[in-house]
Design a protein around this ligand. Structure first.
Ligand code: CDP
Length: 785
């Protein structure tokens, strides 16, 4: 089976497998990425990093660095302090972070100084010669140790504690009582390890202060250019009209390119002071050690159920490791992101979840790595919990899920933790997955293999996500509401330009945005050019991450198109010499009601808008729409993994993986499949290979791609995909987001499959990554027990 995501053939542009318009540019090496930008007189920045995870900075001597041929300047935290830039607010707004170390280094590789030079090489040479005297301090690496407050890491804060915040939602007493009364009860600590996005292109900036115009142009690998413009203005006091952010082609973001990093600030400050452009492009090691990490949640999952397998209560208690600063890129009201989705696809009568976050001597982050703000951690917790419950009850895990799913007729479904799920039909999707993969046959094969002592496992994950941040009454980042926008201008000859507040980093917006507008306007998607990422031209939006683009900007595009259609109807009535009320939009044309042959196309109307406008109407044909979604969208899926485990070597062979996704109306099935293939590959890497580990002394052990593994086509399994379509009732075209789904849903499917394989050995849970060594040890311990 390859793919079964079917196009909606009766549609004009929506649902069609259109090839990506951006790909010829990328495949021919003609993309324009950050490092392709070179400006006359440009200088280069290299950063100096702390070798210690926790140390006092006693002295910084710039002399040797400044003597290097080509070095122009060396900047330290104290230099930035003179410009009010020693500390900046974190995205989350509750905390602040040092740009360059002031007084203290709080994690290994933290940025201590910046060296500006006429070439990249000279800057690196200079950075090696900045002489920093450190006084090492005891590091705190473990959040459970940080909880004890024996060493306080952030002496800059008023509250002398490593505890950052407590967050809770749900009914504690009711949940505790229901758990105590439950016939069957499972409880397990499930850790989602610290991991890191691995975009092909690392982060970078070219900052260009133009002394003549007084404008600061920032070419930035930014997933959220407008938000970055506003933050720069708020932090520096530079009027926003004097700041121009341009986000060029971006080689992958995955949440990594949302926060503001030291290199950005130092390059921008250097350009302002020196009056020349300054470029900084980080190395892979800088990316893995200094920029936003993801996950690092230690979750105690507790589920109560009746004897016959009806779930009654869920409690999840989490300790979160936030590193040295609380830099999690979450909406203001949601310190733990959308973790409240932790009841998943199941109808729990009661639930409670609480979380405590701590500072440690590790890099900050907590970004939404291909995830709608902690939804991945939540999905992993509930899907592992349900698997353990099935085992304890002696029930088939598919049957347990079918027994407890929210039913189709319960939508819109108010979850016990505060969300209102928009739509879903979980039973149909899981049944389709079980049929497609041949579940019963696989269970028979497993029984035969087990009888022969072989280890085969089948893992299920039936996750629900909450994506599309978000409705302005609940969602903002640093006070900026999280709506999004589109502006469409139809040209006289019926082609168009569409600009949106989002910013593709590989998601194919140039294609899918054109498809939405083409469908609504009856135009050719090939002749609608899509522009994003330039704050001078694009309407204001909060950018692209957390699968928010389709639910927000995708909706704005449909609504802007409909606005254009309303204006076009007046012109059509004029051309058709009919009353406006007698003109209908049908079959992608304006027709006189009851006289379908009396019709004009949108192209004809567009031409008239500039050459023969209707009397008393505004000439031209364009519209802008800012869309404030009424709710999030709740895509979901049923994922099945089939594995064989070799007990002698610990090798896990993923034999099959089927992903059925339901993201409502599909704009482009081929783009959706691409999103799913990519996300599954990342989920596979997290399940089996990837972890940012620190040793007891706080040394980062995964600083490059020989230590932090990225799967190649040799390891990556073959992905089977299919879909069901349950449109969102509140989205103008019924679409939900999809980009994050495979990364959210797949880790639990892989782990559940391996744990199912190891069930005969009595192994209940192993934390990710399930490396060969870890699985082999578990097999060996079971054999010797
Ligand atoms: O915010 P981000 O672009 O990462 O995520 P998304 O909204 O899930 O969209 C990812 C890509 O999949 C975009 O090109 C969407 O237009 C496309 N997509 C689609 O074709 N149909 C859907 N129902 C959802 C997304």
């Amino acid at each position: 089976m390859s793919t079964t995501i079917e196009p909606e053939s009766e549609k004009h542009a929506l649902g069609q497998r259109m090839k990506r318009k951006e790909d010829p540019r990328f495949l021919q090496g003609r993309g324009r990425y950050l490092d392709d930008i070179s400006l006359p007189g440009m200088l280069y920045l290299a950063l100096v990093h702390s070798p210690y995870p926790h140390a006092k900075i006693v002295k910084i001597d710039k002399t040797a660095a400044l003597a290097v041929d080509g070095v122009v300047a060396v900047l330290t935290g104290e230099d930035l302090a003179a410009h009010g830039l020693a500390w900046i607010p974190t995205f989350h707004g509750y905390d602040k972070q040092m740009v360059l170390c002031v007084g203290k280094a709080l994690y290994q590789y933290q940025e201590v100084a910046g060296v500006i030079a006429t070439s990249r090489e000279a800057a690196v040479d200079g950075a090696e010669l900045v002489d920093v005297e450190y006084e090492p301090l005891d590091p705190v690496v473990d959040p459970f140790q940080a909880r004890e407050d024996k060493t306080i890491l952030r002496d800059d804060r008023e509250n002398k504690t490593n505890h950052i915040y407590h967050w809770e939602v749900g009914k504690r007493a009711e949940t505790d009582a229901a758990l105590a009364a439950a016939d069957v009860h499972v409880k397990e600590r499930v850790t989602f390890q610290r991991c890191h996005p691995a975009p092909l292109e690392p982060c970078g900036i070219v900052a260009d202060m133009n002394g003549a115009t007084g404008r600061l142009t920032l070419y930035l690998t930014s997933q959220a250019p407008h938000a970055h413009r506003t933050v720069v203005s708020l932090v520096t006091g530079i009027p926003e009209d004097k700041i121009h952010v341009v986000s060029p082609d971006i080689g992958g973001g995955f949440g990594n390119k949302v926060p503001v990093y030291a290199g950005y600030v130092v390059a921008a400050a250097a350009s302002v002071v020196l009056g020349v452009p300054v470029k900084w492009v980080e190395t892979r090691t800088e990316n893995l050690t200094c920029t936003g990490f993801a996950r690092d949640y230690h979750m105690d999952v507790e589920i109560g159920a009746t004897k016959d397998g009806r779930v009654t209560a869920l409690k999840v208690t989490t300790v979160a490791d936030h590193g040295a600063f609380d830099a999690a890129a979450d909406p203001t009201k949601y310190p733990a992101g959308l973790f409240g989705i932790v009841t998943g696809s199941y109808d729990f009568a009661t639930a409670f979840t609480e979380l405590d976050a701590y500072f440690t001597n590790k890099a900050p982050g907590g970004i939404a790595y291909r995830c709608s703000f902690r939804v991945t951690e939540a999905s992993f917790a509930i899907e592992r919990g349900m698997e353990m419950l099935a085992r304890k009850l002696g029930l088939d895990p598919a049957e347990l899920r079918l027994k407890n799913f929210v039913r189709k007729e319960q939508f819109p479904y108010p979850s016990p933790l505060g969300f209102v799920y928009d739509s879903g039909d979980y039973h149909t999707t899981l049944r389709k997955a079980l049929d497609l993969i041949g579940y019963e046959e696989l269970r028979k094969e497993q029984a035969e293999k087990r009888a022969r002592g072989e280890l085969m496992g089948i893992g299920i994950s039936t996750f629900t996500e909450a994506v599309g941040a978000g409705p302005s009454k609940h969602f903002d980042i640093m006070g900026i509401k999280m709506f999004d926008s589109a502006e469409i201008r139809v040209h006289p000859t019926g082609s168009a330009i569409l600009r949106a507040g989002t910013k593709s980093q590989g998601q194919g917006h140039e294609t899918t945005w054109a498809q939405i507008a083409a469908e609504e306007l009856g135009l050719d998607p090939q002749n609608i050019i899509v522009e994003e990422g330039d704050t001078d031209t694009a309407p204001y939006g909060l950018g692209t991450y957390a699968s928010r683009s389709t639910p927000t900007a995708g909706a704005a595009i449909a609504m802007a198109s409909r606005k254009i259609r309303e204006r076009a109807r007046k012109i059509a009535a004029h051309l058709l010499e009919a009353a406006e009320d007698d003109v209908e939009w049908a079959d992608y044309k304006f027709r006189v009601k009851g006289v379908p042959e009396n019709a004009v196309t949108m192209q004809e109307v567009a031409f008239a808008a500039y050459t023969n406008p209707a009397p008393n109407t505004e000439p031209g044909l364009e519209a802008t729409f800012y869309y404030d979604p009424p709710n999030l969208t709740f895509p979901y899926g049923a994922y099945l993994a089939v594995v064989d485990v070799d007990r002698e070597t610990g090798f896990v062979k993923v034999r099959r993986f089927l992903a059925i996704d339901d993201c409502g109306t599909v704009i482009n099935p081929m783009v959706v499949e691409g999103q799913i293939h990519g996300g599954l590959t990342e989920g596979f890497a997290i399940a089996f290979m990837q972890e940012i580990r620190y040793d007891e002394s706080g040394n980062n052990l995964n600083t490059n791609f020989t230590e932090y593994l990225v799967p190649t086509s040799l390891e990556t399994p073959h992905w089977e995909t299919a879909s069901t379509v349950t449109p969102s009732p509140h989205h103008p075209i019924g679409a939900k987001g999809v980009g994050e789904s495979p990364n959210v849903g797949s880790p639990a499917a892989f782990v559940n499959a391996v744990m199912d394989a190891l069930a005969p050995l009595g192994v209940t849970h192993l934390d990710m990554p399930l490396t060969r060594e870890k699985v082999w040890r578990a097999c060996r311990e079971a054999a010797t027990a």
